[in-house]
Each structure stands twice: as structure tokens, then as C-alpha cells.
Design a protein around this ligand. Structure first.
Ligand code: MLT
Length: 315
């Protein structure tokens, strides 16, 4: 029997797949990620662990996981997993990179429009304060503006396609992709980050969080941007330095920002919550019924294949 531990909420179809396997004994405790000490206590018994981004699968956890064969990440980002330690111990790490692409893309588009038109502020003013304040909420149009996409992978490229339908000029910076891929989509791939920073009216980041991308956007990079730029981070907390973004919102250098992800989550006391002209959501970029079903099914099947020594399809 393979013992599988799921420490966060994953959608029912994925859980049902795991439950229905005769060779699997499943522990599904979607709130367990809040109790790291308990995870450390029980992890030695398990052959597999499945998490979202809330469980730090760090060196400490991996060192106690004597039987662990596979770590399943129900989502894209593996920044909560110590990959080096897992690989050193011969533990396979699998994720579901394709499952929530559209959810994150659509959340980005929603956040972009919301930031450009201050929709949440206008909503709050009318609904909570019963004010009919038409003058206060002046926005900017996206049409004719330049969108700069940092990271032109699955999500970044889909954001680009949608932005073109809004008549935006789209430029992208991504040292890992070929110019032709961008050109095919009518997107100009620029050679360096500074060019993008200088030319874009709206900037959105879609890279994983790595040593290379952590603090990719700090005060120094923000200074190179146009005055009144709109900045979006629906990717990972820490790609844009939080304190520097806060200062730029206060000074007005950045007109508006939209942020779904934070350095430390849950982020109920983050400095960005105090900033003006910012729209925040609690890491819900991937939260659609469709995407959560996708990632849950993908990860359940990947983990089963890995446990049984079958070929794992990296979708
Ligand atoms: C991801 O990495 O898949 C998303 O950020 C959503 C999540 O953390 O589950």
C-alpha cells in the first residue's frame, strides 16, 4: 500500500481518483498546511505528499520523510519545494503546469482592467459608502497603450494574445524563448529588460520565482519606467520588491498596481495593503472550478504513476 498525504485543498475529482485506488491509503486533510509541526510528525509514514503553495516542503520536512518517493504540487509553482534536497534524496517532484494557465491568464486580464479603471474602489464607494461619485473615478484606456510582459511562457503569451484583442501594442522580455514564437503572435520580443521597462505603459510579470527573478523589479527598475505606469504581479510574491512598489505607489510614480501574490502568505499584514491605488487579491489567480479540477486530476495521476514506477507524463 502507498500512503499518500494531501495537506491542502485539492478538487474532489483528484481526491476521488486517489481514494478509488486499491493500492493507495489516502490521508486528505486540507487544513493541515496550517500546522507544520504536525506535518513534520506524521510525514515519516508517507510515500507521497501532495500540496499547493501553502505547505513549505523544505529541507526539514524532506529530511524527516524517510519513505517519501514523490512530492506532488497541485499547480505550477514549485518555489515552496526544496528541489535540491528532493533531488539529493532521489525524491521525484511532479507538478501540473498546464492545468491553471487559463485561470491565471484571465485573472491577469481582470486585474489589469480593474487597475486601469479603479473598479474595486468605485464599487466600494457606491456599495459600502453609498456615494455617487462619478468625477473621482477617472481611469486610463488600455487601447493604444503598450503592454510589457516579463516572462512569455504559457501564461505570459496568453495574456499577450488577449491584450492584442484590446488593441494594445504588446512587447515581451524573456531570454528563454525564441523571437519567432513571439512574432507569430504579433508580439515584439525585446532584447533586454530595460527596453521593456522604458517603453511599457502597463507591465505584468509571468515568471516563476527563482534566484534569478527574486527582486527582478526594485526601486532601480521602477525608476526606469514611465511615470504613471501600471504594474501587475499575478505570478509570485517577491518578483517585484514589495517595499519599493509601496514607495512608488505613494509617490505616484506607479499609477496603479494589482497584486495577487505576496512574499509571505497569508499576507494579512503586508505593507502593500496600506498602499494607495492598489488592488489586491489573496492568491486566487488559479482559483476557478475548471483549473482546480484540472490540476487535481493531473497531479493525482502523476503521483500514482510515480509511485508505481510508471512513466510520468510531464504535461
Ligand atoms: C500555482 O503555482 O499553481 C498557482 O500560484 C496556484 C497555487 O499556488 O496553487
Amino acid at each position: 500500500m502507498f500512503k499518500v498525504l494531501v495537506t491542502e485543498h485539492i478538487a474532489e475529482p483528484g481526491i476521488n481518483i486517489l481514494k478509488s485506488q486499491p493500492d493507495v491509503e489516502l490521508t486528505y486533510d486540507p487544513e493541515l498546511f496550517r500546522n507544520f509541526e504536525r506535518i513534520l510528525e506524521i510525514i515519516p509514514e508517507y510515500d507521497a505528499i501532495i500540496t499547493r503553495s501553502g505547505t513549505p516542503v523544505n529541507k526539514e520536512l524532506i529530511s524527516k520523510a524517510k519513505k517519501l518517493k514523490v512530492i506532488g504540487r497541485a499547480g505550477v509553482g514549485v518555489d515552496n519545494i526544496d528541489l535540491e534536497e528532493a533531488s539529493r534524496r532521489g525524491i521525484l517532484v511532479v507538478n501540473a503546469p498546464t492545468g491553471n494557465t487559463l485561470a491565471a491568464t484571465e485573472h491577469t486580464m481582470g486585474m489589469m482592467i480593474a487597475a486601469a479603471r479603479q473598479i474595486p474602489y468605485a464599487h466600494k464607494s457606491l456599495k459600502d459608502e453609498r456615494r455617487w461619485d462619478r468625477k473621482k473615478f477617472m481611469g486610463v484606456e488600455l487601447s493604444g497603450k503598450t503592454l510589457g510582459i516579463i516572462g512569455f511562457g504559457r501564461i505570459g503569451s496568453r495574456v499577450g494574445i488577449r491584450a492584442k484583442a484590446f488593441d494594445m501594442k504588446v512587447i515581451a522580455y524573456d531570454p528563454y524563448i525564441k523571437k519567432e514564437k513571439a512574432e507569430k503572435l504579433g508580439v515584439e520580443l525585446v532584447d533586454n529588460l530595460d527596453t521593456l521597462l522604458e517603453r511599457a505603459d502597463v507591465i505584468t510579470v509571468h515568471t516563476p520565482l527563482t534566484d534569478e527573478t527574486r527582486n527582478m523589479i526594485t526601486r532601480k527598475e521602477i525608476e526606469k519606467m514611465k511615470d504613471g505606469v501600471i504594474l501587475l504581479n499575478i505570478a509570485r510574491g517577491g518578483i517585484i520588491n514589495e517595499k519599493d512598489l509601496y514607495d512608488a505607489l505613494v509617490s505616484g510614480k506607479v499609477r496603479a498596481a494589482a497584486v495577487d501574490v505576496f512574499v509571505k502568505e497569508p499576507a494579512t499584514d503586508n505593507i502593500l495593503l496600506e498602499a494607495p491605488n492598489i488592488i489586491v487579491t489573496p492568491h486566487i489567480g488559479a482559483n476557478t472550478y475548471e483549473s482546480q479540477t484540472n490540476v487535481a486530476v493531473i497531479i493525482a495521476n502523476q503521483v500514482l504513476a510515480a509511485l508505481r514506477g510508471e512513466q510520468v507524463e510531464f504535461s
